[in-house]
Design a protein around this ligand. Structure first.
Ligand code: CA
Ligand code: CA
Ligand code: CA
Length: 364
């Protein structure tokens, strides 16, 4: 992760994090260790042991209770289970801070406002440890469940990972149309500081009388109809339209998708609906070399989105495997995980080295 001068990661929606205190243990304080000298061992590191209480790596979410809630419920007290929580850990719901109480390194609670659960849709939970060692956790999708009358929006993928300068597409879907659909009208909004741009990239063939307008730079209004009743009353996912996203800077932001109007085939109206698409923008930087300098920019010789040419010399061989093995902390702290997650399990660890090694053997 990249630490800015202020000590926070460049997570544009993160609210101000309180200054750390009480975290350095007595032994650390007595030995005169200042916080910035402490060794951070983020999760997934090859040297994954977290030594002592004077380290506070990025936290990890493993589960949340309750794991979903029905739309319109009164208040929502979430219990988040995971690891590496500290008293200063913050709990974010769609990047809004609803931290309630630190319970232990393995548990923290959040109280979500009623207004957040009045429309069905998907939301995002992330926890955050302050600097110098902290940072954001993994993102957990949280469902405010449909009561059967609404218009449950989702996105595919659920979370978007894109490199700076790279373009990727995403789909907006509605999960259930028990009464069919005559017309839909949606607004997509991104925060003005979000580290990406997005644009409309196409309707499926059933959409008639399509209309796409940009009320302003950060907002897209999309209207479509199903005049010839091509989609009927589908109860599985229906593609509404596609968008494309281009990463412009390192960081994370959201595209908010709100239903303005959804009219059923019998002219009744679907309830309001909302979903958010988190977009994580990563930037690949050169690996350090043993002479204290750095290699060329890593490359992806076969164009599959995984950057096997670690030393950036134009081809992939055993030297890349060795450099990758020696640079685990660099990968975890500075590179976008998904570009080097060779076994595609979401974390960087020794198994990725093994995958890369086996890959290099097959190439021979
Ligand atoms: Ca590749
Ligand atoms: Ca190479
Ligand atoms: Ca992996």
């Amino acid at each position: 992760m990249q630490i800015s001068e202020s000590g926070l990661t460049s997570f544009s929606l993160i609210p101000k994090i309180p200054i750390i205190h009480n975290v350095v243990t007595d032994s650390a304080a007595h030995s005169g260790i200042v916080k910035s000298d402490l060794v951070c061992r983020p999760t997934g590191s090859l040297n994954s042991t977290v030594k002592g209480e004077d380290t506070w790596p990025s936290p990890v979410i493993t589960s949340v209770y309750p794991d979903s809630i029905f739309v319109g419920s009164k208040s929502l007290l979430l219990t988040i289970d995971g690891n590496y929580f500290i008293p200063e850990t913050r709990v974010l719901w769609d990047a809004r801070d609803y931290t309630k109480k630190y319970q232990s390194p393995y548990q923290i609670t959040a109280e979500i406002l009623d207004v957040e659960i009045q429309t069905p849709g998907q939301h995002y939970i992330q926890v955050y440890n302050p600097s110098p060692c902290g940072g954001p956790s993994n993102i957990l999708a949280y469902q405010v469940r449909d009561n059967g009358q609404s218009f449950p929006l989702t996105t595919n993928p659920r979370t978007m990972q894109v490199l700076k300068g790279e373009i990727k597409s995403a789909s907006i879907l509605v999960q259930n149309l028990p009464k069919g659909l005559i017309r839909f009208n949606l607004t997509l909004t991104k925060d003005s500081a979000a580290p990406f741009q997005f644009f409309f990239s196409g309707f499926p063939s059933w959409v008639t009388n399509p209309l796409v307008t940009w009320p302003d730079n950060d907002q897209l209004l999309i209207v479509g109809e199903d005049v010839s009743d091509r989609i009927g009353n589908k109860t599985e996912g229906v593609l509404l339209f596609n968008i494309s996203v281009i990463g412009s800077a390192f960081g994370t932001g959201y595209i908010h998708c709100t239903l303005n109007e959804g009219v059923a085939s019998d002219s009744s109206r679907y309830g309001s609906s909302y979903t958010a698409l988190p977009v994580i923008v990563g930037e690949i930087i050169p690996y350090p070399n043993s002479a204290g300098g750095e290699y060329s920019l890593p490359g992806d010789p076969d164009g599959d989105g995984l950057y096997e040419d670690i030393n950036g010399n134009g081809w992939f061989d055993l030297h890349d495997v060795v450099t990758f093995f020696q640079s685990s902390d660099h990968v975890i702290n500075h590179e976008p995980v998904w570009a080097f997650d060779f076994d595609r399990n979401g974390v960087i660890n020794l198994n990725d080295v093994i995958y890369l090694f086996q890959n290099s053997m097959e190439k021979k």
